[in-house]
Design a protein around this ligand. Structure first.
Ligand SMILES: [Zn+2]
Ligand SMILES: [Zn+2]
Length: 332
């Protein structure tokens, strides 16, 4: 814990009073454990937390569209604003030296205040809580883009492998799009969370999983598979369980996978997508979807901590048996 002064918003900037700040698997992988991320995850010893949501406290000169008291979600990456990816809203894909993510290369949300650029903010609908907003900022945004890439609809059975925060988001968003969802994880506690998030079936991963999934789909397999585990077994299972002409999305980060392309990909005529977080426009669509469907990502949160409990928050999240863990800075 360190003390910082209250920042002053400059031109185009907004000072956000933090209300909720989520912990993400990538915080564990590239900051908590290694502290040595590279590339986009190059951590610069700034205030951590890339899933911020809060209330506008003050706005700097030239800021339009936001004023004191507004509830906001923060798209957590600031790009150059000029390149092809930025103009599409995918600031995550910006390759400029100027690119900076909150909680990685500039101060993030594990604090009382966050100094944000106005062009990374979205209005949080009144129906959603700040905790919902924090989850939208990364995990649910990631899940939403996966759902969009695969074009998930009510015609699909969707397999979600890996039921951590992103996986639970995928379950909730696929189910709310009308799909029948099968959730798979190795940790029994997570299966229950997936059921609560809308999974029709849940099962423990293992050697028989592909066959169990076939049984659940009248021997046909799943139209959509989403790997949120980042594990070789999870990635392979999505391909094995896929129906002919199915779509598979890899969302889980890290690791590697080996498989035989002919039987698992080519002969099944599969489409395999890689999907990395989302763009700010998709995040706006997601907020709209949540509002329209009356959904609350915050229901996947199992543990909350005050700012002074941040150490404990990370220890708890790192134990791997929780749903989402969120810091609520105002809790004393
Ligand atoms: Zn994240
Ligand atoms: Zn750019």
């Amino acid at each position: 814990m360190r003390e910082f002064g209250r920042p002053e918003p400059g031109p185009g900037q907004v000072l956000v009073k933090m209300k909720a700040s989520g912990l993400c698997g990538s915080d564990l992988r590239a900051i908590y454990h290694e502290h040595t991320g590279s590339g986009a995850e190059r951590y610069q010893n700034v205030i951590a937390g890339h899933e911020p949501s809060g209330q506008v406290e003050a706005v700097g000169p030239g800021v339009d569209g936001f004023e004191s008291g507004d509830r906001v979600v923060v798209y957590h990456i600031l790009g150059c604003g000029r390149c092809g990816e930025c103009t599409k809203g995918f600031m995550i894909g910006c390759r400029s030296q100027e690119r900076a993510a909150y909680g990685w290369q500039r101060d993030g949300g594990h604090a009382d205040y966050l100094l944000a650029e106005a062009r990374t903010l979205l209005h949080l609908p009144d129906e959603l809580t700040y905790t919902d907003g924090a989850l939208v900022a990364c995990g649910f945004g990631t899940a939403y883009q996966g759902i969009s890439r695969a074009g998930v609809s009510g015609r699909d059975t969707v397999l979600v492998v890996g039921l951590g925060p992103v996986g639970l988001g995928a379950v909730m968003l696929a189910a709310s799009s009308g799909a029948k969802v099968i959730g798979v994880d190795l940790i029994p506690e997570r299966l229950e969370l997936a059921r609560d998030a809308g999974a029709a079936h849940v099962l423990l991963g293992g050697e028989d999983a592909a066959e169990e999934i076939r049984d659940l789909t009248d021997g046909r397999g799943t139209e959509v598979g989403m790997d949120c585990s980042g594990s070789a077994a999870g990635r392979k299972l999505c391909l094995e369980a896929a129906r002919e002409w199915g779509r598979v999305v890899y969302l889980g980060e890290g690791g590697s996978v080996t498989f035989e392309p002919s039987p698992l990909l080519l002969h099944k005529q599969l489409t395999l997508y890689g999907s990395w977080v989302c763009g700010i426009n998709e995040m706006g669509e997601l907020l709209e979807h949540l509002e329209r469907k009356g959904l609350h990502p915050g229901s996947t949160v199992t543990h909350t901590f005050s700012l002074s409990g941040t150490r404990q928050a990370y220890e708890t999240f790192d134990a791997g048996k929780t749903g989402k863990v969120v810091i609520l800075p105002e809790d004393a």
